[in-house]
Structures are given as C-alpha cells and as structure tokens.
Design a protein around this ligand. Structure first.
Ligand SMILES: Cc1ncc(COP(=O)(O)O)c(C=O)c1O
Length: 373
C-alpha cells in the first residue's frame, strides 16, 4: 500500500476512525449525519458518540444507493454523508459527490470492507473527502483502522496513545492463535487446543460462582458498541508492522481467484450472485454476497457442513427506527438484513474449498427444491 501518496491516520479500529473524522469536522451549526439505511450498527455508534444525530437514506435491494431518497434527505443540517462500499465494490459516488457539493456537506467513503482497490491494488478511499478503513477485515490482524483525508476540510490529528501492556499481551496471544489455526499442521493445532482448554478449565474452577456480569440493558449486541477505552489510541505498533509486511498483492490475487471460482461454480447450480457478478479486475472483495431468501432457515445448515458463512447488517441500529424513513426504505433495509449471506473467499482458502462450498450450497438448495416439488 502506498502510504506516502495517501497519508493515513491509523486508529485502533474503523469505528474509531469514523469517530475521529466526525469529531474533527467544523460544526458550523450542522447536527446530523446521513447514513445508509442498510448498515452495520458499528457505523452508527461513532456518530452518536461524536454528538451527531444519525439520519438514514435508502439502499436498494441490489445494494445500490437510492439517489432520490438521498436527495430528499439532504438539508443544511447534514454535516456529512457516509456511503459504504459493500463487500469492497465501489458505490456509484459521482452523483452523490455532486449532491454533497451542492449541499456543502462532507462526503465519507466507508471502505471498511476492503482497503484495496485497483489493478494492481492500491489504497482505496480516494473518491470522497475522506476514506475509512478497517484493516483487519482483509488481513488477519484482530484490530486496526484508519482514515485518509483527500480534502483539507478538517484538521488532522496524530494519535499518540498506546493501548497498554495488558492489551498488547491479549492481542499477541490472539494473533498467535490465529497463526496456529491458519498455518500450523493438525498436530500442533490439536496440542495447542488441548493446552488451552486445560488452562480455561483451571481458570473456571478457580473463579467464584456468580461472577458473571449481567447484560447491560441496551438493544444492540456488545461487539457493535463503541469502545471508548481505545478511542484515543493508535493502531498498535506490531499490528502496523504486520500490515506493512503483509503480501497484499498475493492477498488480492487469491481473493479474486476464489471469488471467481465460487461465482462460476455457483452458476452451474443457477445460483451465482445477481448482485456482484462478474467480479471487476479492480475489486478486492471481502466476501461473496448472496441473496438467500429466509437466510436464517439455511445458514446454520451451511455452518454445520463446515462452511463458515457470516452476515453483514443482520442487526440494524435502533436509531433507524427512531428516524423518519420512508416505508420502502425500511422494507429494503430489512430485506437485505434478513436475506444477505456472506460466503468467505479469504486468502487462506483454496480452489478446493471454493468447489466444495459451491457443491454443498448448490446441493442443499437442489434437495430443498426436489422435496418441495
Ligand atoms: C461498513 C463498516 N464500516 C465500519 C466498520 C467498523 O470497523 P471496525 O470493525 O474496524 O471498527 C464496519 C465493521 O464491521 C463496517 O462494516
């Protein structure tokens, strides 16, 4: 990644990057930030913490921006508009840029799903006034985010604070586990997990009964919430160092190959994604997005078959329901929230994995179709 031509302020996470960008904006009386109605709650939380009111614009069922709705929602109270490049596919920003210029608001291109774009890949996030990154989505880093500033509209802050020794040790342990799971042989993996489960058992025996904390009464799961502990911290030095040394060209090539192979194989079952197919050469994808009607009655079958599928936007932030959004905007966001499935295509997966995933997913729906016929 060319960090020199695209100076990046690194932060503890993508959430923290959004928070810093918003906090650094000149307020000039504007109190709201316009967000996509289909989102992950971790995009909304930093808006609230920076003291802005989140408002929402529509996203169509093919994940494209509903420009008419965005135009309707713009007003002179909007300080910034945030767009998401879902799965690493660039949203159509030209018309949005025109609208934000006219409205005198700041345009944030959220590239959290993929910080790479281009052939050969370079740092993404060049199109708006600012680009947001979450490096750990593509590289196994556990934490790490940042933002690049493309317009001199706000003052850049350098974050100096570290994360403390305890957090360093925890992160290093987690990265070590990840390394063992990703690259060590099965004997080393089994030995590690045996030692680890023994350690956890000892710890559980030693702990006092009833020490489990009650859940805070908040409606979104804790892992989406804004973690104020690290909001002034930079990205830990050893995480930065791994990122700088990581072979990003190979990462991009492998992800693109996996994506195309899965796409082709799913097509033989009539299941290729109508959303993002074929893959353009410039896109370095986070995952393969597939619309699966009534996802929740299928995805656990896939996990049971060994396919670690996941979701994005499964939980929509409660602020969406408090804002005044149109009926169709809400229906489209809920449609995507309920039906979008992410199939992993990351760099540690091989051709064989992709063929296996497609065969199992395709086979599952074929059996269902035969049964219901
Ligand atoms: C679109 C988007 N933006 C920002 C974030 C926040 O990134 P991080 O997990 O690094 O805080 C996420 C996290 O999932 C995301 O999906």
């Amino acid at each position: 990644v060319d960090w020199v031509n695209a100076p990046v302020t690194v932060t503890y996470s993508g959430q923290v990057a959004i928070f810093h960008v918003l906090r650094s904006l000149k307020k000039d009386g504007r109190g709201s930030v316009l967000l996509p109605a289909f989102h992950c709650p971790s995009v909304v939380e930093p808006v609230l913490h920076a003291g802005y009111r989140p408002l929402f614009y529509g996203v169509n069922r093919d994940l494209r921006i509903d420009l008419d709705d965005l135009r309707r929602q713009l007003s002179n109270d909007i300080a910034a508009v945030l767009t998401i490049n879902y799965c690493g596919f660039p949203s159509d920003l030209d018309p949005v840029k025109q609208l934000t210029r006219q409205a005198g608001t700041f345009l944030i291109e959220d590239c959290a799903h993929s910080f790479l774009y281009g052939d050969p890949p370079v740092l993404s996030g060049a199109r708006g006034d600012v680009g947001i990154f979450s490096f750990a989505k593509l590289v196994p880093l556990r934490v790490g985010g940042g933002y690049r500033l493309n317009a001199p509209l706000m003052r850049v802050q350098k974050l100096e604070r570290g994360i403390g020794i305890k957090q360093h040790v925890i992160l290093m342990k987690r990265l070590g586990e990840q390394l063992i799971n990703n690259s060590a042989g099965p004997i080393v993996q089994r030995a590690y997990h045996a030692v680890e489960s023994y350690r956890v058992r000892l710890k559980t025996i030693g702990s006092t009964a009833g020490s489990v904390e009650g859940h805070p009464s908040h409606t979104i799961p804790t892992y989406y919430r804004f973690d104020t502990e690290f909001c002034e911290s930079s990205m830990p030095w050893f995480i930065q160092s791994i990122l700088k040394r990581y072979d990003l060209r190979s990462l991009a090539a492998r992800r693109q190959r996996n994506y195309r192979l899965l796409d082709m194989s799913l097509a033989t079952y009539g299941m290729a994604s109508p959303i993002f197919s074929p893959l353009p050469d410039e896109v370095v994808p986070w995952a393969y997005p597939l619309i699966v009607p009534q996802r929740s009655s299928h995805d656990f079958h896939f996990r049971g078959m060994g396919i670690p599928v996941y979701t994005f936007g499964e939980v929509l932030h409660p602020a969406l329901y408090e804002a005044s959004v149109g009926k169709r905007v809400l229906e489209d966001a809920e449609f995507l929230s309920r039906n979008l499935l992410m199939i992993p295509i990351h760099q540690n997966l091989s051709d064989a994995h992709m063929l296996n995933f497609a065969e199992k997913i395709g086979g599952h729906f074929k059996v269902r179709a035969t049964k219901s016929a």
